[in-house]
Design a protein around this ligand. Sequence first.
Ligand code: PA5
Length: 447
Amino acid sequence: METIKVNVKDVLQTVTGEQIQALNPEAASALEKLHKGTGLGNDFLGWVNLPSETPDSLLADIEAVAKDLRASCEYVVAIGIGGSYLGAKAVIEALSDSFAPLRAQGDARRTNVLFAGQNIGEDYLNELQDFLKDKNFGIIVISKSGTTTEPAIAFRLLKEQLEKQAGKAEASKRIVAITDAKKGALRQLATEEGYKTFVIADNVGGRFSVLTPVGLLPIAVAGFDIRKLIEGARRMEAATNAADDTNPCVVYATTRNALYRAGRKIEILVNYNPKLHFFGEWWKQLYGESEGKDGKGIFPAAVDFSTDLHSMGQWIQDGERTIFETVISVEKTDKETIIPSDEANLDGLNYLAGKHVDEVNKMAELGTRLAHVDGSVPNMQVTVPALKEEYLGELIYFFEKSCGISGYLLDVNPFNQPGVEAYKRNMFALLAKPGYEAETEAIRKRL
Ligand code: PA5
């Protein structure tokens, strides 16, 4: 059966197989902590068995709500930030036609998912509101805490706009809230306004929530098959129980930690398919928030090749040797484009005539790998058969479980994010939020 595969042979000039395997006992203990719930942050392990425990009734409910939104809306705005945004954005981008938003204009059969609440850009919000002013739109508002400022501002603006454009009764049918079962301002608001809601379980943290309604509803609204996504994740869940090298998560987690301990402090996630740009963003949040704490952690970076070979390529080839790469390599393209022959051959490209564009891309990938290995950049490959729902489901679960193992190898709590609060406290103090009077006074003295 086709499945994602991990290959670490091109790291062996920097760390030996023995150095990697020496971490296997620690990885086995990390895996046991995940499976038995005996490690740090064990109240946030709901994602470990989530794929196999997702009931059919929940998928059916999500599909039904998505169908209603698709029937009544040309555009659905998914409002959320961090874990309440990146997973859905990553999957939708990976599966969508690159020009879907342009094609969709005036095409009543399509529903486009737009995003808001992932920034506090006044121009962004103004332009979004302007774009939506003559459109039938709906809203999926997502916040686990129900109190995050960025999505709350976007929701206040778009809710008011939708109520004006469609009327309050119709607006409340086109708004779906995804939040905590009981806590938070969003839960209270949703109850009072009578919105359809989905619950984010207490034991699933934001960055591990893409396979809950947080990711599944926007993905279903965009027209993709959430059952196949979950099916892929279930396959990976079943394939990642063993505490040895047959478990790809053990291989990836031990290899990246062996590299870290050998002084490779930065991991660059590389793709050769522009549709994976946001998958890199999702991965950066997953690993950055999970591992970067207590003065430790591999710094997660991401690049899109070959685009960024023309910007970051020089640094990667020749800069400080503190990096390693993990390349997501997609085996098959979805569509075919052949480079044509040209009689005049003024551009000298006839040597490529008759080849698929992807053959050139694959040679760029192979050539880069060989050059980077020569330049002492250890290189791991994660091979994905194709950009399809089931393989993305596998990939998501693979990176989540590897992240849990890796965080425990690093001896941090991979499931909290205390550092995220620091900017919020300062922002609230600067904005004189009620309840922050002392902080406001203190921070103003610093200015
Ligand atoms: O991983 C996390 O927990 C965070 O990145 C959150 O997803 C992010 O801060 C958004 O939080 P919330 O969903 O509570 O609005």
